[in-house]
Write a protein that binds this ligand. Sequence first.
Ligand code: SF4
Ligand code: ZN
Length: 262
Amino acid sequence: MLEYDDHLAVAVSGGKDSLTLINVLAKLESRFPKSHVTAISVDEGIDGYRDEALELARKSCRHLNIKQVIVSYRELFGVTTDEIARTNLGQTPCSYCGVFRRKAINKAAANIGATKIATAHNLDDEVQTVLLNMLHGDPMRIVRSGPVLRDPRGKFLPRIKPLCDILEKEIVLYAYLNGIEFQSVECPHGHEALRNDIRAFLNQLELKHPGSKFTLQRTAERLRNSLAETVPLLELHQCEKCGDPTPHELCEACVMLEAIAA
Ligand code: SF4
Ligand code: ZN
């Protein structure tokens, strides 16, 4: 995943996973003089939730002597997640928030000249997403996820997930043992019912049959490798509104912004 001279843009929300990741990467960076780590924090505009997380992220970056860049939905898109949640657009706020976050991080990473984007998805997140994609009837999405995502067209920065083989409970343990202060309250909009059910199911399965999550992860990896050969690479154009690469006339975020403005 990593090269000795990488400049990593690390998505740091202030939760246990991202603060653990930035702590580990800061240690690694100190051993490789040509490498850089910059934290990118996104302010989605969620009252009573994001402010505390951003403050914890700020404290951690200061302590680690890591530069932090904060980007906000208000500045980039003119709308906050709280405002989106108050509209009646038929999709969960998370659907919009996830697309906007990806775009915000891509933009910030490109601005600082990063060579890769690192996110703190853990093993639990990864296997939940695999099952979620299957239950949404969209198995091809598995191809577009995974521990390392490289765009052969060179239009998007590579994305890596260094914690993708680590169980969530082990990350919590690491954070506690290393005195990492993280945000523990949950986002008020994050009630994706199906993901919660999948999480509960996988935790029960792991308890009865230890190793199930790893097996599922390995199976997904094999599926991903076989499926990748069958999926044609779409040609990318520039989004007519923002100029970002997209296979359509407008990128997903611009389509969403149009729907919100309508
Ligand atoms: Fe955004 Fe949903 Fe995450 Fe909340 S839980 S920060 S709304 S993606
Ligand atoms: Zn666009």
